[in-house]
Write a protein that binds this ligand. Structure first.
Ligand code: NRN
Length: 415
């Protein structure tokens, strides 16, 4: 067993954080009990590139209880919680991750995980799968399949599949209802505000809060910013999503207009160049910029540099840029995903469902021979996660009667 972490002496602090997360992840712990009994992953090596957080550590422990050998690195150079990484190392996990990795170190750590020749991969953003296909193709024949956690990763994998470039099966964990309807919406909604508030501690009430993108993440961010008393403005490129934002009571306008009035501007589109130089040049003095998308391509950070005559770190995760036009703007977490770089990511209760899907998806891959390509999560996994979550919340629901079941499958009864 090998590891490379910032400071192994942080392990005790990390164990406490993981225990705290596990106190709020009852579905995953329920699955862990089954895994301990059945050992469905016996001697299977699982390679991870997920944000190394206290919730991910709970997932790692669960797969290990299922008999898996685990090697893990992060999927972002800024999101690793170093005390959690130390705790995993102390637990005997092969962990290669620290907060503040250089780009070179980030990809070296991915290589370290691949040195363990994983048979199943778990990705968040598809960097691991991409590294296997582009740099270590000899590993592919030994791989049973993979899982992908996030929207951006699914988009990337579907593009690979379309080009016939995807050589092994991947389960689209992000597309499970019990993942994206909760993690992407309620998780991102809370964790993005958490990141902004930990970095700046500014008042949100009364501020103009611009959200770029009204997908499941943008919807969550807008809903929570409104709840804190912000006046929320949405920008979009998709007419239907724009219409939904209008009907949800938000102002909708192009970024060139929103940039002029925004006090806080957050991107969550999964696309590149959403806030560009021409927008930044129009921004109010003191505007705060943050990104909640997976990669740091949504805010044009190099364009911001070109527009600036000075850049100073004034708080942890806050860079102050003095623009040539004399105004200041603040960039959070270097434009990287603010919820994980400046806070701890989504709350454990919502990652409980996302990672229950991951654990059951890994078991599904171990139990089935799938064709290369992107596969939807089996409906029975999604439904089991929802039922388990309700159980752990002591919530009971109605059960269809025989008559109701027949009615729903009939077509003869009309008015
Ligand atoms: N606490 C977290 N641990 C966490 N919060 C959000 N994510 C996390 N991963 C591990 C991921 C979500 O599932 C980031 C991904 O982009 C999103 O799909």
């Amino acid at each position: 067993m090998t590891y490379n972490v910032k400071d192994i002496k942080l392990a005790k602090k990390g164990q406490k954080k993981i225990d705290w997360a596990e106190n709020h992840m009852p579905v995953l712990l329920n699955i862990r009990k089954d895994f301990e009994r059945e050992k469905p992953l016996k001697d299977i090596c699982v390679g991870f590139a997920l944000h190394v957080t206290k919730e991910t550590a709970a997932l790692v422990r669960t797969l290990r209880c299922g008999g898996a050998k685990v090697a893990i690195t992060s999927c972002n150079p800024l999101s690793t919680q170093d005390d959690v990484a130390a705790a995993l190392a102390e637990d005997g996990i092969n962990v290669y991750a620290w907060r503040g990795e250089t780009t070179e170190e980030y990809y070296e750590n991915i290589d370290r995980v691949l040195d363990h020749k994983p048979e199943i991969t778990i990705d968040d953003g598809a960097d691991l799968i991409f590294a296997i296909h582009s740099k270590r193709p000899e590993l592919i024949e030994g791989i049973r399949g993979g899982c992908e956690e996030t929207t951006t990763g699914i988009v990337r994998l579907r593009a690979m599949e379309k080009d016939n470039a995807l050589k092994y099966p991947v389960l689209a964990v992000n597309d499970a209802l019990t993942k994206y309807m909760f993690d992407n919406r309620y998780g991102t909604g809370q964790s993005t505000l958490d990141g902004i508030l930990r970095a700046t501690s500014v008042l949100l009430a009364g501020k103009v809060f611009v959200v770029g993108g009204y997908g499941w993440c943008g919807k969550g961010i807008a809903m929570r910013a409104k709840g804190m008393g912000s006046s929320v403005v949405i920008t979009e490129v998709d007419p239907t999503r724009a219409l939904e934002a209008v009907m949800d009571g938000f102002r909708v306008m192009p970024m060139r207009e929103a940039a002029k009035i925004g006090d806080i501007c957050v991107t969550a589109t999964g696309d590149a160049d959403v806030i560009r130089k021409e927008h930044i040049g129009e921004m109010k003095n003191g505007a705060i910029l943050a990104n909640s998308g997976h990669f740091n391509v949504e805010l044009d950070v190099s364009g911001l540099d070109e527009l600036s005559i000075d850049k100073t770190n004034i708080r942890e995760n806050v860079e102050r840029y003095k623009l040539k036009n004399g105004r200041y703007v603040y960039l959070l977490a270097e434009g990287r995903l603010v919820n994980l770089a400046a806070a701890e990511g989504h709350p454990s209760e919502v990652m409980d469902m996302s990672f229950a899907n991951q654990a059951l998806a890994v078991k599904y891959i171990a139990d089935h021979d799938l064709e290369p390509g992107v596969h939807e999560i089996p409906k029975e996994i999604d439904e089991r996660v929802a039922e388990l979550k309700l159980q752990t919340m002591n919530i009971e629901i109605d059960i269809l009667s025989e008559r109701q079941r027949e009615y729903l499958s009939s077509w003869k009864e009309g008015t």
